[in-house]
Design a protein around this ligand. Sequence first.
Ligand SMILES: [Mg+2]
Length: 435
Amino acid sequence: MDKERQIIHMDQDAFFVSVELRKNPNLIGKPIIVGGSSDRGVVTSCSYEARKFGVHAAMPGRMAKQLCPQAIFVRGNMDDYSKASHEITEIISQRVPLFEKASIDEHFIDMTGMDRFFGCMKFASELRQTILKEMHLPISFGLSINKTVSKIVTNECKPNGEREIPYPEVRPFLNPLSVQKIPGIGDSTYRKLSEMGVRKIKTLAEIPQELMFKILGQHGLSLLQKANGIDLSPVVPYRERKSIGTQTTFENDSMDINKMRAILTGMVTNLTFDLRSQQKLTACITVTIRYSNFETVTQQTRIPYTALDSFLIDKAHDLFNKLYTKRMLLRLIGVKLSHLVSGFEQIGLYHTSEEEYSLYQAMDKVRNHYGVESVVKACIVKPPQKDENNKVIKYNPRKKKVKAEGENEEDGARKKSRIRTFINSDIGSTTKLDG
Ligand SMILES: [Mg+2]
């Protein structure tokens, strides 16, 4: 039962900024913005001093500069953030039996049953002090009955805060808060709810189920539960994904270089979409080819952390050019992205322009809705199919729709392409059929 669970949510305060302040204490107390320094860049993280001016993550740097002209822009170093993140996870993993790494600076810890041996609040408080002392990075936590409520508690007591909301206090705690405090309520949902006059969690919690389903579908029902302080999702044990990759064996061996390049482009596009869905960045790309005589060659290169295909496609093509030195048929081609770290807004910390950032967000939205093949690079689109009279066979949207629905039933939440994806983890390698 929900009321018997004890879930801690731990979250670093302004994580990237705090790592920068630790390196350069002269910046403490000043409005600091990580990322967004180039004219068309995006804010990755900002200090609480900058937030007072209305600056927030994912905002165009130009706008941040207007809101807070005295802000100091720092370029940011993903290697430093990943290292700190690993160290924090290490501290937690040595002290708790079950935890989930929710992002680069967030952990959920399931303490259910442990309160019989020691108080959960005391334990969480001591863990927070340990992280503060060892890492010199500010951290907050919330302790409550499930992941959603604990996360809201943390956000309410940030920065440098800690608080417990036990079961009887959950509803009184949630009721007066804005619905925007519920994780998963984005701008468009908030707008819809506002139009209905729903601004406080208390009002949302009292909407009848049928009405909620009519307005927001399944998502609405889940929000209604959260507004009532209910969230049964488990703390998923932490397992670090080291790499993600895909490979294709051709039906007929081929020497068609253009075809190879198009396949590589498609593979990188799909893999980076997966990376972004899992809120991850890669720092290493590997290309493998196998000749028809089974000779297999591989090349890899380190790259700045990214989850954008534009940069990775060029790298994949470069590696392929270096590898394909023999005039021989190929039977297999593969791409792997490794050295993965968690990261989301910072999808391309060093080279994302505002336009590019919005473009990827829009494309991912379409892919999540209509399937991964719904938006592809023009260069990998096959020429139109022709009938026996050499006439182009026209696209039949009704036919397509039936197929899409069928796929949806199979896959559940999200449609994916049928690519072979292999995932290496700490536990060993597994092969799974994506889709
Ligand atoms: Mg944080």
